[in-house]
Design a protein around this ligand. Sequence first.
Ligand code: GTB
Length: 215
Amino acid sequence: MPTITAFESSPDRGRGQARDMRVRWALEEVGQPYDVRLLSFAAMKQPPHLALHPFGQIPTYEDGDLALFETGAIVFHIAERHDGLLPKDANARCRAIAWMFASLNTIEPPIVELGMATLLERGESWYEARLPILRNRLGNRLDELSRHLGGADWLDGAFSAGDLLMVTALRRLNASRILEGYPTLSSYVARGEARPAFRRAFDAQLAVFTAASSG
Ligand code: GTB
């Protein structure tokens, strides 16, 4: 049974924003049970965890003699070894992998950049001038993604690991009202969140926060 790592006490208070959520969701989609090792921020920076993750972060994934870090690599590994997250057709499979990269490399960076600016740069003299630039950069990407999705349920045919990573990247906008301007993308995220595997993964990470805050 694989073991993943997650925050002992997630700063998102159980909203499923930390990246263990993506790995949990992938494991739930393919029906693979898993163990979770919870880590404090201090433990994440100690040698035992740094041996698994060079940047001292979560999530990690251990299964037998394989230890992995980076959510994209972990989700890809799970998708490769189980049915359900990548199409069987070779070309469709390549396109689903392209969407995994697109979510991590094209869509998530402007989301994170805007989030970091509003969180950490508010006091800077240039903050107000930079904000519209970041909003515009993200808006362009969301326009393009929305146009691609059109009336489809998923990015390219059946639900895939590309959708799993894209939905979780877009969920990072939940705290803002940005997706309200993109009904196609809001419905897409809602479709992802309605999947039973998403719900199981979400409830599992929420249970960690609930237990930590009641203990
Ligand atoms: N590229 C890596 C991957 O995809 O696996 C990035 C991993 C990463 O950012 N891990 C974060 C972490 O360990 C947790 S998920 N941070 C602690 C550290 O770097 O010391 C990012 C995250 C954290 C918290 C929220 N939140 O509170 O809303 C959202 C997302």
